[in-house]
Design a protein around this ligand. Structure first.
Ligand code: ZN
Length: 623
């Protein structure tokens, strides 16, 4: 009956330990282990550092220096709101004319996460300046001299920094300069990688940027000198969980996009707990269809009203949490499918909708799990036959989470409330209100406290040509995030490439970074608009052509936001519906303007620009 089918992929692949491969390879430069604890020798450290100064691997393209001859960076002084250091205080010099002027200091008993972050910082300062500051420990006197304190240590305590702690809890990073210290640290408890994020944030301040795994899409500036003025910055993420398929498949790279946070699984998690084979011993846990219990239909379901089944799921979820101490949520969502193959038993039939049945089931499981894990959530979906606002006045248990799948146009901004009334052949749902109103109504009717969103970015699944065509959401992506956040959403799961089943892979990064990166960065930094994220990226990637390329991406994003084409869930409009002749004309104008700047940018910047423009030009055959 249904030929094409995508729907929610089972996403059970989230590793629960953070890979720290950054620390496993390469050669790092540590101070010699001191003979005694009190023999400080900053001068010799500086000398040692300069001896090691050739360790840069020459991958940088100097693009962030924008062709100027003054290749020094002063981090912090020009940023507003950072007045913790009295004005006029001397900048803290870290590298001066290609010579390291500082030591990276970590705790003598530093964790593997902190060591990896310190080594990453050392490597990148080397790439940027050619000078490699040594890594030393806090059991030496570090009173005089210039220091970058990575992770918590005696000296971060000394300058009054409280280390963010707890998992799950407050994920936070701190970049703070005080006197002769620059501190870079964050919450590293549980699955968090705050110190690494703090190092990445500092490197971004220096001009670094990561837009894809390939070297061409990683920007490392060439600088002679680095110093820090006033800097007192803390970041707590917009969303406490930031997971997508870049995170699942490119773990190390994903750290540059601040992906991670609270660990959880999404998708359809019941068969992992009660597999189909359980039918042999408990047929009553499976759907009754035409008078017979069955587990063989295409979109098989369980008998969700069966209380013993709910208890069994509760016990199994507890076992799962026992084994996965970092997991904060588990998906007890109904199996994938539509309205067919649901149980017809007298008890299940009492519920007016599948959504009502699932909420009762979730509450039962939640009560079992709460006895041991009251703060971990069990989530069900607002999706397909469980999409609509429940009809019964059932209140959600405190540890039940509703994940709202975005059954709306992929392109129209959520706040516009656009929807097409009537039955939809993809979702089999009949829409009587906008997605936004359904979302708000569902929350208000059930009083659910834990809210998340499933967003589809896998646009080539149903419509293959899109695998070669640009799609940029730009500011709309971040406005949608902010709307969800304003309604209480804890996180958004982006169902997107790079995943072969979505016809996107590692080679899709150059085409898809404006979509994937903007969403990832927006999930982390709530202070940025979509335009700001794109603008900063464009300046790094394209140098003098950055503002012109920003206009190009904005024109693409406008075509998306204004698109009137048919679209729902993971099914995009036809390319020609988004890129109409009027939109093409506007986009072409931005491309011509950007191309005129090609002679004024570096060869790497030019390669990137040509790459982006070629995607646009070759996509035109589909319009
Ligand atoms: Zn039933």
């Amino acid at each position: 009956m249904v030929k094409k089918f995508h729907k929610l992929r089972i996403v059970l692949s989230i590793a629960l330990t953070v890979c720290l491969a950054l620390s496993l390879f390469g050669c790092y430069y540590y101070e010699e282990v001191p003979n005694s604890d009190n023999e400080s020798s900053n001068t010799s450290q500086t000398q040692d550092s300069s001896q090691n100064g050739q360790s840069t691997d020459g991958t940088s393209d100097g693009s962030s220096s924008k062709g100027t001859t003054n290749s020094s960076a002063v981090v912090g002084t020009t940023r507003p709101g950072n007045s913790s250091t009295p004005s006029g205080a001397k900048n803290l010099s870290l590298v001066e004319k290609g010579k390291a002027n500082c030591t990276i200091v970590i705790a003598a008993n530093a964790s593997a996460k902190v060591k990896a972050a310190a080594e990453d910082l050392q490597t990148y300062i080397g790439k940027i300046t050619g000078a490699t500051p040594a890594i030393g420990f806090d059991n030496k006197d570090r009173s005089s001299g210039n220091y970058i304190l990575v992770g918590p240590s005696k000296y971060t305590q000394k300058i009054g920094i409280k280390t963010p702690k707890g998992y799950p809890g407050t994920e936070k990073i701190i970049l703070k300069r005080k006197d002769n210290y620059l501190a870079l640290l964050g919450n590293d408890d549980g699955a968090y990688t705050g110190t690494q994020f703090a190092v990445t944030a500092f490197l971004e301040e220096l001009g670094c940027g990561w837009f894809g795994p390939d070297e061409l899409w990683q920007v490392v500036p060439k600088l002679n000198s680095i110093s820090v003025g006033s800097l007192d910055k803390t970041v707590t993420p917009k969303f406490n969980s930031r997971i997508n398929n870049v995170y699942n498949n490119y773990k190390d790279f994903a750290m540059r996009w601040y992906l991670g946070g609270n660990q959880l699984m999404t998708g359809h998690g019941l068969p992992a707990l009660v597999p189909k084979t359980t039918f042999n011993t408990h047929p009553e846990w499976f759907s009754l269809i035409n008078g017979k219990r069955t587990n063989t239909t295409t979109w098989w379901q369980y008998c969700y009203s069966n209380e013993e089944f709910a208890k069994e799921i509760g016990r199994k979820v507890i076992e799962y949490f026992d084994k996965n101490p970092h997991a904060v949520s588990y998906p007890i969502t109904a199996n994938d499918g539509w309205e067919t193959d649901w149980c017809e038993c007298s008890e299940c039939s009492k519920y007016p909708t599948d959504g009502d049945l699932m909420l009762t089931f979730a509450n039962r499981v939640a009560k079992v799990v709460a006895k041991k894990y009251p703060n971990r959530t069990l989530h069900i979906l607002s999706y397909h036959s469980t999409y609509h606002i429940p009809q019964l006045n059932t209140e959600a248990e405190p540890n039940v989470e509703i994940m709202f799948c975005r059954e709306a146009s992929m392109t129209s901004p959520i706040k516009n409330g656009y929807y097409k009334p009537g039955r939809n052949s993809i979702t089999h749902n009949t829409y009587v209100r906008s997605w936004k109103d359904n979302f708000r109504g569902y929350i208000s009717k059930t009083g659910v406290k834990n809210i998340s969103v499933w967003e589809w970015y896998c646009l080539a699944v149903e419509y293959e040509v899109w695998k070669d065509i640009p799609w940029v959401q730009g500011k709309v992506a971040i406005e949608n995030q902010n709307y969800w956040k304003s309604q209480g959403a804890d996180y958004v799961f982006y169902d997107q490439g790079p995943l072969p089943v979505y016809r996107e892979s590692g080679v899709s990064f150059p085409l898809r970074w404006p979509l994937w990166y903007v969403a990832a960065k927006g999930m982390w930094d709530s202070s940025l608009t979509g335009d700001q994220i794109l603008s900063q990226a464009c300046d790094k990637l394209f140098g003098n052509a950055g503002p012109a390329m920003l206009k190009y991406y904005q024109a693409l994003a406008t075509a998306s936001a204004e698109c009137k084409g048919d679209s729902i869930c993971w099914v995009p409009p036809a390319p020609g519906e988004m890129y109409t002749s009027a939109q093409i004309k506007k986009i072409d104008a931005t491309v011509s303007a950007a191309e005129k700047i090609k002679p004024k940018i570096s060869s790497d910047q030019r390669k990137r620009l040509e790459n982006q423009v070629n995607y646009w030009k070759s996509a035109k055959v589909y319009f």
